[in-house]
Design a protein around this ligand. Structure first.
Ligand code: BES
Ligand code: MN
Ligand code: ZN
Length: 497
């Protein structure tokens, strides 16, 4: 989709659909500007819209060049958030898709928000709301995606253009992540996933090295190898790198993404319904890191960033690891496996301990780690935790604020030392499960044993894969985490100015 910015008058914008976000105050005021531009259809239609969030009204203008106008409500002007704009643009996208619009305009409404942020949110909402995954559909009508999106503004400032570009780059990165998550498991074995990463790297301008099984063995990644034992397909470990000359950090920020390409639970087999059936999404953390790297490279973010993606499936094959196995991890610590379905922490622990070799400034892991996170926060938000390493409070605050700004909501959970009790093993340094109580926290406490630097953990088990569509997020892979990471790193770079 081509995205541009125009300062042409509303009435002169030549598009199939013109989306006009309107606040409740605008509607109450009589929408004079719109009446002037498009005629009395606006006046007559006004009785059917209040301007509240969720309101949508399609009108056929008496004058002006646009073929249709779609009024979308954004609530009260002074309270309008970026998320309101994303949702409004997505509602407009739904109307545009219905009439197979090829060219679409969106006007930037009067709000208290910055012009560039507003433009970014509108582009994100429109593009993400237009997203369809039709790779496997052989029947029925194909949707015709819009070819061109024009952001209309009276603001001459080039900031709006910058915001619109940012929106397009970020939305494209989220779409890549969604595509990877939605892909059928047989098309994303660890090797195929690594190939996809190589393609993504070439396309967007970051570097990648892929380790094969032999290298993973040499490096002693016992956790990753244990999980892989029941599989027909070898594991991979991908190292992604964005190292611009203008980087503001000399020690890297590292992103670790859980790449379990399919989680059957292993010998501790999952039930199918409502459990195993969505487990192609167990690489959504990896997808978020890949999408984030794409956006980081395209935005030319002035930060040295490394991505680490351990990838395997978790299956109950003949040689599968078993409950009772004691595994020597990459760090040298030993883990008593008491449930083979707690596999994510086994592969993440190895990646986190390998991350140490870069002397990182900060490491963030992102993973569909625990069902308990779904119980706690649902599909609405991810859980986030951090270690007590210096700056813990600020790290959490920065995460929550990046969540608010990006729309990828996160909420903190505590990391009290007391939870370590639940991980004590009688035969090894640790066991891989901590019981039902506080499942998301004990998973994070487990990982904490493998980190030795400032660290943030993000459990996206809830929002990564949706059962019900919400706003600009369709059913299936949501691409959650891409916007969170990008926002967090933009803020992080900003603080280093
Ligand atoms: N991939 C799952 C977690 C998950 C559950 C993600 C639901 C998305 C939706 C993870 O590997 C897992 O199986 N976790 C277990 C851990 C338990 C055995 C300690 C869980 O949460 O049940
Ligand atoms: Mn599992
Ligand atoms: Zn899993």
């Amino acid at each position: 989709m081509k995205v541009s910015v125009s300062t042409i008058a509303l009435a002169e914008l030549d598009v199939d659909v013109l989306i006009v976000p309107v606040a409740m105050e605008h509607v109450a005021d009589g929408l004079e500007e719109l009446v002037e531009a498009f005629g009395t259809t606006v006046e007559r239609g006004r009785i059917d819209i209040k301007g509240d969030t969720g309101d949508v009204l399609v009108l056929y203008p008496d004058s002006g060049t646009a073929k249709r106008i779609v009024l979308v409500g954004i609530g009260e002007m002074s309270e309008c958030s970026l998320e309101d704009l994303r949702n409004a643009a997505a509602a407009g996208a739904a109307s545009a898709a219905k009439v197979k619009a090829e060219t679409v305009g969106i006007s930037v409404p009067d709000t208290d928000l910055d012009g560039d942020d507003a433009a970014q949110a509108l582009v994100e909402g429109f593009m993400l709301g237009s997203y369809r995954f039709e790779r496997y559909m052989t029947q029925g009508e194909e949707t015709v995606p819009a070819q061109r999106l024009v952001i209309q503004t009276s603001d001459q400032d080039k900031q709006v253009r910058r915001g619109a570009d940012r929106g397009r780059i970020v939305a494209e990165a989220v779409a890549s992540a969604r595509d990877l998550v939605n892909l059928s498991p047989d098309e994303k074995t660890p090797t195929l996933l690594s190939k996809a990463i190589e393609k993504s790297a070439k396309k967007t301008g970051y570097e990648v090295t892929v380790w094969d099984k032999a290298l993973i063995e040499e490096e002693g990644m016992g956790g990753l190898l244990a999980v892989n034992r029941g599989s027909q397909d070898p594991p991979t470990f991908s190292v992604l790198e964005w190292k611009p000359e203008h980087a503001r950090n000399s020690r890297p920020v590292i992103l670790v993404g859980k790449g379990v390409v399919y989680d059957t639970g292993g010998l501790s087999l999952k039930p199918t319904k409502g459990s195993m059936d969505s487990m192609k999404s167990d690489m959504a953390g990896a997808a978020a890191v890949i999408g984030a790297m794409e956006a980081i490279a395209k935005l030319e973010l002035p930060l040295y960033v490394i991505g680490l993606i351990p990838a395997t499936d978790n299956r109950p094959g003949e040689r599968a690891y078993v409950p009772g196995d004691i595994v020597k991890m990459h760090s040298g610590k030993t883990v008593e496996v008491l449930n083979t379905d707690a596999e994510g922490r086994m592969i993440l622990a190895d990646a986190l301990s390998y991350a140490q070799s870069f002397y990182p400034e900060l490491v963030m892991d992102i993973a569909t780690l625990t069902g308990a996170a779904v119980v706690a926060l649902g599909e609405v938000a991810a859980a986030t935790m951090t270690n007590v390493e210096k700056g813990a409070e600020e790290r959490l605050a920065a995460m929550v604020s990046a969540g608010q700004a990006s729309g990828d909501l996160v909420h903190p959970l505590p990391m009290f030392d007391e939870y370590n009790e639940q991980l004590k093993s009688t035969v090894a340094d640790l066991k891989n499960v901590g019981g039902r109580a506080a499942g998301s926290i004990t998973a994070a406490k487990f990982l904490e044993h493998f980190v030795d630097y400032p660290w943030i953990h993000v459990d996206i088990a809830g929002p990564a894969f949706l059962e019900t569509a919400r706003g600009y997020r369709p059913v299936g892979g949501s691409g959650f985490g891409v916007r969170l990471i990008v926002q967090f790193l933009q803020d992080y770079a900003e603080k280093k100015r």
